[in-house]
Ligand binder design. Structure first.
Ligand SMILES: [Zn+2]
Length: 461
């Protein structure tokens, strides 16, 4: 590998010298705008669960950015020759990945991280909901929102599907913090009218009114999108689910998010509230709350029929392995979902999960599958796909983000471990690109995220 890299470097130097001699390298009469990033790069323009060699890697890679879009992605030398006027930024020593995409995370739960030792319903009652009630204080919510978007960016997440707050001003604070950060934020008011704490309940009428106002203010504004967000069937009456349906009918392009089949006690209680429903998913289906652009978190305990219906409808599942382990929810049936054709992406589920790192989340998808009965053996390409393009597909944004195909937004994470870290040591002697990528997923935390760009502009450095 090292010899190959040296060869590539030598070839590049020769090519550069040739260009210099012929005068092409210094020619300025036909300026070619753009910036050419040089570093090893990885992306998954295809789904590696379905296709062999779905991952593309360029070890001496080039990523040409023009006007915030990917103009070309390939070998540096080739791109350099074709675009002699582009400004080269030499990033060797680090690695370029597409921006990470988190498809399930709760903004009001930032300060709940680390509340271990409970299962879902007790955890909600004792850890999450008291903190979520504090979001009634708008200035507190603004403070949390700023910290939240900073944490996303500092972990390399460029797009997130986020549960807002139960309060409209706090949800607006998240959108505003998202706008200021430059990240892509998809979020919405969390809707509930029972089973939580009285201060977290709205009437369906108030939820309709507040949601409509937020949609008008934030949906499709810059990089923001609105997602209709009933917390889960347990905390939403049929009237509230009807409001969700109405909102989706009234506005184009809304996304949808909720929870599904996370915990056995939750599932039993949902069955008690909706005796007419054949299973949990049927509750949402009754109100047409699924399909493309809909993301259901967890699905740890699905029936065979639910998996089939998720696949047929194009509804995505946000797999949250850290949360599933921390709350003892169970082991996700990744193979069954993928085999049936369900879109599966990843979510950190802060604060039920263990932090903001999508690289770590992908590692835990790998780890839990190693110990799951009939678990899948998740490879590095699949981890990358789950953390990037799968999220774009789940959100219906695969034509805009998720990989480095020409024309897409230049959403980029530059990973470069600090010297004297275990990751830096491992990367010194990797023998294949796949090994390097697996090491990044195993060892890279926020300290290794050197720079994050959205549409070519730096949002975190
Ligand atoms: Zn959640």
């Amino acid at each position: 590998m090292i010899a190959a890299v040296l060869n590539l470097l030598l070839n590049w130097n020769l090519a550069a010298a040739d260009l210099e001699k012929s005068g092409k390298g210094t020619e300025r009469s036909i300026p070619e705008p753009g910036e050419l990033l040089r570093a090893p790069l990885f992306h998954t323009p295809r789904n590696p669960f379905l296709h062999d060699r779905a991952m593309e890697c360029h070890w001496d890679g080039g990523l040409l950015i023009r006007d915030g879009r990917v103009a070309a992605c390939g070998d540096f030398e080739t791109l350099r020759t074709a675009n002699p006027s582009a400004m080269t930024t030499d990033l060797r020593g680090g690695f370029l990945l597409p921006g990470l995409i988190d498809t399930h995370i709760h903004f009001p739960q930032l300060r709940v991280l680390g509340c271990l030792g409970r299962s879902l319903l007790d955890w909600l009652e004792e850890c999450a909901l008291p903190e979520e009630a504090r979001m009634a204080d708008e200035s507190y919510a603004r403070q949390i929102a700023r910290g939240f978007v900073h944490a996303l960016a500092s972990h390399g997440t460029t797009t997130a599907l986020v549960f807002g707050a139960h309060f409209a001003p706090a949800t607006a604070a998240l959108f505003e913090a998202g706008r200021a950060s430059g990240l892509r934020i998809v979020s919405g008011l969390v809707m509930s009218d029972r089973k939580l704490r009285p201060e977290l309940h709205q009437t369906p009428e108030a939820a309709y009114r507040d949601s409509s106002d937020l949609i008008r203010c934030f949906h499709q504004r810059g990089r923001l999108l609105y997602a209709v967000t009933p917390r889960f069937a347990l905390s939403t009456s049929e009237a509230m689910l009807e409001v969700c349906q109405t909102l989706r009918q009234e506005h184009d392009g809304l996304r949808f998010q909720t929870h599904l089949n996370e915990n056995v006690r939750e599932i039993a209680e949902v069955a008690g509230f909706f005796p007419w429903a054949s299973d949990y998913l049927a509750v949402y289906e009754r109100f047409a709350l699924g399909g493309r652009g809909a993301v259901m978190a967890h699905d740890v305990h699905p029936t065979a029929s639910e998996i089939e219906r998720l696949a047929a409808g194009g509804t995505a599942v946000a797999h949250c392995p850290c949360s599933n382990a921390a709350l003892g929810s169970g082991l996700f049936a990744l193979k069954r979902h993928v085999k049936a054709g369900v879109r599966v992406a990843l979510g950190t589920d802060v604060g039920g999960g263990t932090g903001f790192g999508m690289l770590k989340e992908a590692l835990h998808a790998y780890l839990l599958q190693r110990v799951a009965p009939e678990g899948a053996l998740v490879d590095a390409a699949q981890m990358l796909y789950l953390a990037t393009r799968a999220g774009a597909e789940a959100l219906g944004l695969e034509n805009e983000i998720g990989d480095f195909e020409a024309g897409k937004a230049a959403d980029i994470v530059y990973i470069r471990p600090p010297v004297d870290t275990p990751l830096a040591a491992v990367l010194e002697r990797v023998e294949s690109p796949e090994q390097a990528l697996a090491a990044i997923f195993t060892l890279a935390g926020a300290e290794s995220i050197q720079e994050v760009r959205v549409e070519g502009s730096v949002v975190q450095k």
